[in-house]
Ligand binder design. Structure first.
Ligand code: ZN
Length: 205
């Protein structure tokens, strides 16, 4: 993809600006990466990142920007550029909200209530390089978010693939965790908890 930038004289631009003094905010590679993530986040896995999407697909722009900042180190300005110049017109920003215009695999408000029906084993996909420290320190939430657990190994692999092509998969003994008084919540397709101590974690992949 072409780079995106801003210029005091020419305004927002794609490629290079007319006067040549513009500043690139996203090179082509980064633009592609963030676009892809944004599209996946709004269409398929908002709940995995704690983003609430309404019936029409709208999410709060500042919340989305925070997630994008966490993962890709770019902010609101870059997101606005991506949306404005998206060649397929995939996104829309309005009144402090953002949505994907089409292509959703999610389209309903997900039940965020706590559920008592938690499977006895849940899974967590991660970068293989993280495994050693997880087995030592437990599973800690990234920043102030919760730890996310998947219902199936396949789901965990898919989550892990966002970090590594061949992710490691950990099995979490949720039955024993619950018996020990830990709280696990069901949020749509994912399960969350605040912390998983090492003794409940086993690497299976
Ligand atoms: Zn310029």
């Amino acid at each position: 993809m072409k780079p995106l930038g801003i210029c005091d004289n020419c305004g927002e631009f794609e490629g290079s600006c007319k006067c040549g003094k513009g500043r690139i905010l996203l090179d082509g590679k980064k633009r592609e990466l963030v676009s892809k993530f944004l599209s996946g986040l709004l269409r398929h896995f908002p709940h995995s990142f704690g983003i609430d999407v309404d019936e029409e697909g709208w999410a709060k722009l500042d919340e989305v920007a925070e997630v994008v900042k966490d993962r890709h180190g770019v902010g609101m300005r870059e997101i606005e550029l991506i949306v404005r110049f998206d060649p397929k017109g995939r996104f829309e920003i309005k009144d402090g909200k953002i949505r994907a215009k089409y292509g959703h695999s999610i389209n309903i408000r997900v039940d965020w209530s706590e559920s008592t029906k938690i499977p006895p084993v849940l899974y967590h996909g991660t970068h293989p390089a993280n495994v050693q420290s997880i087995l030592k320190r437990g599973l800690l939430p990234m920043k102030r978010r919760e730890v996310h657990l998947s219902e199936t190994i396949q789901d965990a692999i898919e989550v892990g693939r966002r970090h590594h092509p061949n992710p490691a998969v950990l099995a979490i003994d949720t039955k024993r965790m619950i018996e020990a008084g830990f709280k696990i919540r069901k949020k749509g397709k994912v399960y969350t908890t605040d912390y998983v101590p090492p003794k409940y974690i086993k690497r299976i992949l």
